[in-house]
Design a protein. Structure first.
Length: 731
């Protein structure tokens, strides 16, 4: 977006929609590292394993997008041993792509591939599955939304969930393994990697823009909240500003439980590191030998020996209903060996908690196929993950994972946040308390406190109150001497911690501006504020720019204009941009004037229903259409045209905002410039009849365009003389 910070953007977590010119754009930093020549130097889930013998299994797989000797690709799945001399070997060449992220889940490598055009807009997204044994693509599903394009992905075996860090915004998402559909989960930090350990704990590596080092965090998979572990000590390759790094990837090894990281370091070399999850420190292992630009690092669990037990089945992990810290684990012992033959006996079934290397419970000699259970009375508050392994003389079964949440839950987001501006000018917030937690457990509203966050600049919300009891708060700390449009968020807090933020709600505060208002967007800058941008449907947006994509016109005056992005939007996209709050209290005949760019390409069979609706909000109410305020792009010849919309119905109102609501018909950009809101008779005295017979007469068509009196053709027109406006018919 090219909008200045004085324009606010309000969007709930939502998927960017498929656009005619792309699915959206990658966020800064969501790009592959440049390739250069080498420098000297609550269910159970069993990860299926390929049939190859464990001795032949590489430690890791990953997708190499390019390398020093093959800078143009094509991309390929490669495998390598993690150590001091990794030597990636080609496993399978993939179709051309701009990038991807993925992980091993449910017996297949699954990845989200995407392509971009020369402008950096995403043009296609596919969720693809690969059978590592057969080296064949088993499915490839086109996606209508780009939120699943991620910086990195990981599979949490304890919940059977694929998590990703969206490459479009700083959002934690989940991805359906069958369909590829991504669901935004929670806002989080701008991570470049995401990795789940055997206990289901998520880790992410972010860039410290001051030191340019990678920093390891733990990530709460319910709220997105991140807790710093420590710096890796590894300087990333960044842009000149040091604020943007490049695609990288990290994954835990199922062989040793350690975290491995492939990243382009500040020397411009791709290298392999091992990261200590207790301290965050990264240990340099080796350079990638051909400077491989690698993404989607994953490993594949080792298969069980043919005579070892099959995996346990019917696993459940159930937290105590009374909120006590205990978990009952139940399952059925295997009745067959891994190769499908009858299982004669089981030495033990071992239950591990978290990433522990020793079982917390070992059930000795259970009968094959028998139901088993055990209650963990030493569970901890929060997530408890378990790994269950059956053992006989031939070896161990594939591990099955289960997890349960104990204790008080993280609250859901407060609902129905609403704002009332009091007579003294300060806003009072009211909301509904959550009654359930993020893990589905009941929450006692009486035990909750709240944080209130305010965003005035459009950059980052700041916490303005903590420990708020009850469900109302008045922001007396806000500066109400100048006009602003603060957005507010509320977070509920239980003994478990902070829940998710509410959806934002905003309001005008401070004094309304008197007429006239003039905005020509000189120097591509707003000279009045705040202007409020709201994306209303399918990722619709307005932007402030010098030139549009199509029709490719520049501004009417000066060197800036408002553009509703239609050429790169899907049909049905909507967005509103609205003026600062104005007072019409002393206005007699307020009116809106602006220049609108009409575009008629029907002669080339290009006729789309792109249009703009002028709307008004009074006293903080909903925006409603203004009479005569619809402007359809193809209704006139291609040119900038001055349009006039009478606002007489709002004369005398103390608080009015005018909105410009763009609707995409899947066609072209809507262009708007030279906006003026004025009292067309600001010297008049109300309730006095004025002789207007000597005043000039103006004519407008029903689209608000001025028409010369000598050019009137048969039809309906608006006639204005002074403050008198009438509708006439010319025959």
């Amino acid at each position: 977006m090219n909008l200045k910070s004085s324009i606010f953007i309000t969007m709930a977590l939502a998927s960017p929609a498929l656009m005619a010119g792309g699915l959206g754009s990658l966020k800064p930093g969501a790009r592959p590292a440049p390739v250069s020549a080498l420098k000297p130097g609550i269910a159970a889930h069993a990860q299926q394993a390929p049939s190859r013998a464990a001795a032949a299994r590489p430690d890791f797989y990953g997708v190499v997008l390019a390398s020093a000797t093959n800078p143009a690709g094509p991309p390929a799945i490669c495998s390598f041993r993690a150590g001091y001399s990794p030597a990636p070997q080609n496993v399978m060449t993939l179709s051309a792509m701009s990038g991807c992220s993925g992980t091993y889940a449910d017996g297949a490598f699954r990845y989200m591939e995407y392509n971009t055009n020369s402008s950096g807009n995403i043009t296609s997204v596919n969720w693809t599955s690969v059978d590592i044994d057969t080296r064949k693509v088993t499915s490839s599903l086109s996606q209508d939304y780009a939120i699943g394009v991620c910086m990195d992905m990981t599979y949490d075996a304890t919940t059977g969930t694929v998590y990703g860090i969206s490459a479009l915004s700083d959002v934690l998402v989940t991805v359906d393994t069958a369909t590829g559909e991504a669901t935004p989960l929670a806002s989080t930090l701008p991570f470049y990697t995401i990795s789940a350990d055997a206990a289901g704990q998520l880790y992410g590596i972010a860039l410290d823009t001051e030191t340019r080092e990678g920093v390891l965090y733990t990530i709460n998979k319910m709220t997105g909240n991140a807790l710093k572990v420590g710096s890796t000590g590894v300087k990333m390759l960044t842009d000149a500003s040091g604020s943007i790094a490049y695609f990288q990837t990290a994954s835990f090894s199922s062989a040793d439980g350690k975290l491995y990281w492939v990243v382009a370091n500040s020397d411009g070399a791709s290298a392999l590191y091992r990261v200590d999850v207790a301290t965050g420190r990264g240990s340099y292992l080796a350079p990638m030998p051909d400077n491989e630009d690698m993404v989607a690092l994953f490993d594949v669990p080792a298969p069980a020996a043919p005579g070892a037990p099959a995996a346990v089945t019917d696993v459940t992990a159930t937290a105590a209903a009374d909120g006590s810290l205990s978990v009952e684990i139940a399952f059925k012992a295997p009745a067959t060996c891994a190769d499908g033959s009858a299982l004669a006996s089981i030495s033990s079934i071992d239950i591990y908690r978290g990433t522990g290397e020793e079982p917390v419970k070992s059930l000795a000699s259970p009968a094959p196929g028998a139901p088993c259970s055990w209650t963990d009375t030493d569970a901890e508050a929060g997530f408890n993950a378990y790994r269950i392994v059956a053992v006989n003389d031939e070896g161990e079964s594939i591990a099955v994972y289960a997890s349960a949440y104990c204790g008080e839950d993280f609250p859901e987001a407060p609902d129905n946040l609403r704002i009332t501006v009091n007579a003294d000018g300060y806003p009072t917030l009211t909301w509904d308390a959550p009654v359930t937690g993020l893990n589905g457990l009941p929450v006692d509203p009486a035990k909750l406190t709240y944080k209130v966050l305010r965003d005035v600049t459009g950059r980052l919300p700041e916490t303005i109150a903590e420990g708020v009891a009850g469900t109302t708060f008045t922001d007396t700390g806000l500066d109400i001497t100048t006009q602003a449009y603060p957005y507010y968020y509320v977070v509920a807090t239980s003994s478990a911690g902070d829940g998710r933020q509410s959806l934002p709600t905003g309001t005008y505060t401070g004094p309304a501006y008197p007429l006239p208002l003039t905005e020509t967007f000189k120097d591509c800058t707003l000279h009045s504020s705040p202007w409020i941008l709201q994306s209303l449907a399918l990722g619709g947006a307005w932007e402030l720019n010098y030139v549009s994509t199509f029709p490719g016109s520049g501004p009417y005056v000066d060197d800036g204009m408002l553009i509703f992005i239609g050429f790169r939007s899907v049909e049905g996209a909507q967005a509103r941009i609205s003026t600062p709050l104005l007072t019409f209290e002393n206005a007699v005949a307020p009116e809106l004037r602006f220049h609108f760019y009409y575009l008629d390409m029907s002669s080339e069979d290009l006729r789309f229903n792109d249009y703009m609706e002028v709307e008004a909000s009074v006293d903080g109410g909903e925006f409603t259409p203004v009479d005569g305020g619809r402007f359809v792009q193809h209704d006139a010849d291609s040119r900038w045209t001055e349009c006039v919309v009478p606002l007489h119905a709002y004369a005398g109102k103390k608080k009015v905002a005018i909105g410009f609501h763009g609707y995409s018909g899947g066609g072209f950009d809507l262009l708007l410039d030279n906006i003026r809101i004025l009292d067309s008779n600001n010297n008049a005295i109300g309730d006095v009849e004025t002789d207007t017979s000597a005043l000039p007469i103006e004519y407008f068509n029903l689209q608000g365009m001025r028409v010369d009196a000598g050019a009137l053709t048969p039809g309906i027109y608006i006639r204005r003389q002074g403050t008198q406006t009438t509708k006439i018919a010319v025959r």
